[in-house]
Design a protein around this ligand. Structure first.
Ligand code: CTP
Length: 405
């Protein structure tokens, strides 16, 4: 079972990273990389003194954009003037922010590009202070920081510990991964903010012998789209996936499994602190009663393989966590509503999303349509891309979950 690191989603978010002149400027290079890794677009603006600590090619290579540092760079201003640049980001993050820069911000100075941008923007601003402990403790700095806080500028840190000057105390820049988490928190919004959602997706593989398995045609596309749609509404999402060819949606934590038994174990563990569970996986209903230790050899006779039932992941998770909002899927070739409602009731679900399957329908297609049922109602989601259908389903989950509470 492998698990990708928990990377918050900053997909499509624009961050203007201001780098001012402190030794922690080198850490801003890692921060740039980490923000990009989470899906953000990063425009770096350096002050003149920052350029004494790190060269701009480093930031240009990491961010993929030319670094801006001057108000008087005619070519850069022609491409995007500083007023336009001030409107561009979703967030301005100044990291590291020196005592001098914090003072300038507190007093509304606009004597270089970065301070001008901070004054000319209506976007949220965050600063990550980095300075010697005595400079941080100084009453002037503390009063400037209080001014920033009163103006709703987020002050992230500083941390405490060894300082580049050899002293120990408060004033270190917060670590890049912590700053990235702070940025995600500052930018996160949506009705599912603070909600953990677990989604199962894809097929399972039930081994018969060391080289063979039973599986099905599920591509995982609908489940992956549901995971991305939940993320887009602010949820933190764990995706428990059987083997697929899909890439992990940005910002989603993916746990890879093979068998139904693995999926059950992962689902029970991940759902412990979850509020929403969506079972989009096509879990095998049967597994080999016993897995052959060696490759099964052919002979002239017919082969009969004894099969045993797998555990029902969805029903087991529902029983284990009665508080969860639980959504199942149903794939039907006939009597769709009757069969889907039967499953809704039998497995004690909050909602079930049913689709027609058969030749050319649903499996491995990019489009889908769903009929969604809950105990006292239902709604159809018209044929559309799996991403659009997923957005529709998540909107229904949000609505029905609110109605249930
Ligand atoms: N499911 C599960 N674990 C299983 C089998 C199914 O979690 N071992 C989940 C699926 O992810 C899906 C729902 O249960 O959310 C499907 O229910 P199921 O009763 O298996 O319906 P179908 O797959 O449509 O199959 P059948 O019609 O044969 O019951």
């Amino acid at each position: 079972m492998s698990q990708s690191a928990l990377i918050p989603s900053l997909h499509g978010r624009r961050i203007l990273l201001g780098v001012t002149g402190g030794i922690a400027a080198y850490k801003a290079a890692d921060l740039t990389r980490r923000l990009i890794e989470a899906g953000a677009e990063v425009q770096v603006v350096m002050t003149d003194s920052a350029l004494h600590f790190v060269g701009d090619p480093t930031f240009q290579a990491l961010s993929g954009k030319p670094v801006r540092h001057s108000l008087w760079d005619e070519a850069a201003e022609a491409a995007m003037g500083h007023i336009e640049l001030a409107r561009w980001p979703d967030l301005i993050l100044v990291a590291p922010a020196t005592a001098n820069f914090i003072a300038k911000l507190a007093h509304g100075a606009a004597d270089d590009l970065l301070s001008t941008l901070c004054l000319a923007t209506d976007k949220p601003i965050a600063v990550a202070p980095a300075m010697n402990r005595l400079m941080w403790a100084n009453a002037a700095t503390q009063s400037n920081v209080a001014t920033l806080t009163a103006r709703s500028i987020a002050v992230l840190g500083p941390g405490a510990g060894y300082q580049a000057c050899g002293e120990i105390g408060e004033g270190r820049m917060r670590e890049p991964l912590d700053l990235r988490a702070n940025v995600a928190e500052l930018l996160s919004s949506g009705p599912l903010k603070g909600v953990h959602a677990v989604v199962t997706a894809g097929p399972t593989r039930e081994p018969l012998d060391p080289v063979r398995f039973l599986s099905n045609r599920s591509s995982g596309k609908q489940g992956y789209a549901v995971a991305a749609a939940l993320r887009d509404q602010g949820a933190s999402v764990t995706l428990i996936s059987g083997p697929t060819n899909l890439s992990t949606p940005a910002g989603v934590t993916r746990i890879d499994i093979e068998s139904a038994a693995d999926m059950l174990k992962a689902a029970l563990a991940a759902s412990r602190d979850a509020q929403i569970f969506v079972a989009a996986a096509a879990v095998a209903d049967y597994r080999a009663a016993s897995i052959a230790g060696q490759k099964i050899k052919k002979n002239d006779a017919e082969l009969t393989l004894p099969l045993a039932r797998t555990d029902d992941v969805l029903a087991t998770v529902r029983k284990a966590y009665p508080q969860l909002f639980v959504v199942g899927f149903a794939a039907e070739t006939e009597k769709l509503e009757e069969h889907a409602r039967g499953k809704l009731q039998r497995k004690n679900l909050d909602m079930i999303a049913a689709n027609w399957v058969g030749a050319g329908r649903a499996f491995d297609q990019d489009d889908n349509s769903l009929q969604v049922f809950w105990p006292d109602g239902g709604e159809a989601l018209a044929p559309a891309t799996k991403a659009e259908v997923a957005r529709g389903l998540v909107a229904l989950i949000i609505r029905q979950r609110a109605a249930k509470k």
